[in-house]
Design a protein around this ligand. Structure first.
Ligand code: 9WN
Length: 432
């Protein structure tokens, strides 16, 4: 079967009525940034469902604007995921929807820039305007609850909020959560039974204990405010760059459909003024996360360092320095989630080394905006080659000469399918 057709079939099979699951068994519910990215692929193949995908996601929005990272549609039917809807128990929040169960943390705010694709596609103004208001409300939540010192940059409170769950970026932060507060969760984990070779491709039990500790703490605070010493408070350049790009899109859409855009404009102004001050490291020529409690950057070379390119944040000099890192990486599929020379790198383990299609798509799109066609093409061609050779997997080993199977994690993974579709179509979403 041709790759395009294969990807289309993955999306069709993962559809559950009015939304798409990321992957059967492993992720049987609706995930936040997955849905945004999936919608980009659906725009090429079944545009109405792209719009419905986001509309369905926003049925899980809380009254204070918060947008959960999982919406547990049909929670009672699917038991292959931990932590379950009951474990999250969103009912502890006075803001959570009554009719739907959700998680209590969020994920990168991709929805604004996805809405611009919808707008350009020519969907009905009324539906665009409704989503516009919902997305602005979500951003209002982020600035009200998560903004760091009026910088226009927002903090994440859980590594799952980054979407890059066990990235070596979070090692030093999670390590500070001491063993005395951790509970054993080995028997509750489901993910390790859903993938092959989970010991070398999924987070460890020690990692998971800490993820669950953070969930327990956030739940104890009704998923509202955190205490000043809450251990995970990070400004993530991926989360903040994506938020900036979404605000840029909201500004353009808002102006076109007659909304008051002053609030969005002021978020954008502050964030663009402060982004490099917080995240840029001139010596290394990379953007890094910033640990709020430690008051320092987390200097590790990961694919996330490049996502600001997507939001056109680097100036020309910064971009030159960043891209110089790629010239010595001929033996690799770009862009490893963590570079092989970094401590903590593992070639098959999830966000600790493997290449992810969503990160490649974001960097590819960014490079095109800077007219860096050669490198953009190298990343796109490598991505397509990986998926063609190893299947529509969740993540891929970066070494080109690896002898073992190179695709890992969830099989028939939706955003890999959706974003390869967009790459095959060269990002040209046809207008409606
Ligand atoms: C926790 C669904 C999600 C993605 C994340 C990815 C993985 C979940 C998990 O799957 O995380 O949210 O259980 O491992 O890391 O980016 O949104 O595809």
């Amino acid at each position: 079967m041709e790759l395009f057709q294969k990807c289309q079939t993955v999306l069709e099979n993962n559809r559950r009525g009015n939304f798409t699951i990321p992957s059967p068994f492993l992720y049987p519910f609706q995930w936040n940034w997955d849905s945004g990215l999936i919608a980009i692929g659906l725009l090429h193949t079944e545009p109405e469902n792209a719009l419905v995908e986001l509309e369905t996601l926003f049925t899980g929005q809380w009254e204070n604007g918060f947008l959960p990272h999982i919406i547990f549609h049909n929670a009672e039917k699917y038991t292959t995921y931990f932590p379950s809807a009951d474990y999250w128990n969103s009912d502890v929040s006075r803001f959570a929807p009554k009719a739907l169960k959700t998680s209590g943390i969020t994920q990168p705010a991709v929805h604004g820039f996805v809405l611009e694709y919808f707008f350009n596609h020519g969907f009905p103004k009324k539906r665009i305007a409704k989503l516009y208001d919902q997305i602005v409300h979500y951003h209002q939540y982020l600035y009200e609850y998560r903004q760091f010192n009026k910088t226009g940059l927002v903090a994440i409170w859980h590594n799952w909020e980054s979407g890059m769950d066990n990235s070596p970026w979070w090692d030093s932060v999670l390590k500070k959560i001491g063993p005395e507060v951790l509970q054993d969760i080995k028997l509750q984990r489901k993910d390790i039974h859903e993938v092959e070779d989970s010991a070398s491709t999924r987070p460890t039990d020690d990692d998971y204990k800490r993820y669950i500790y953070l969930v327990n703490q956030l739940r104890a605070h009704n998923y509202e405010r955190i205490p000043a010493d809450f251990p995970f408070q990070i400004l993530d350049p991926v989360f903040n760059a994506i938020l900036i790009q979404s605000n840029k899109s909201l500004l353009r859409i808002g102006e076109a459909i007659g909304k008051d855009t002053s609030q969005v404009a002021s978020w954008l102004e502050k964030a663009t003024e402060n982004f490099s001050k917080i995240h840029w490291d001139e010596n290394d020529g990379l953007f890094y996360p910033y640990d709020v409690l430690e008051n320092r950057q987390i200097k590790k070379h990961c694919s996330g360092c490049y996502i600001p390119i997507f939001a056109e944040i680097p100036d020309d000099a910064q971009l030159e320095k960043m891209l110089a890192h790629f010239s010595a990486a001929e033996d690799l599929y770009l862009v490893p989630s963590c570079m092989p020379d970094q401590s903590g790198f593992e070639s098959k383990n999830y966000w600790r080394g493997p290449v992810w299609v969503n990160m490649n798509w974001l960097i590819w799109q960014g490079l095109l905006k800077y007219q860096r066609h050669e490198l953009a093409e190298r990343i796109k061609a490598g991505t397509i080659r990986m998926v063609e050779a190893h299947g529509v997997c969740e993540y891929f080993e970066p070494f080109k000469d690896a002898s073992t199977p190179n695709g890992f994690g969830g099989k028939n993974f939706s955003w890999s399918a959706a974003l390869v579709i967009d790459m095959l179509k060269n990002g040209n979403v046809s207008s409606g």
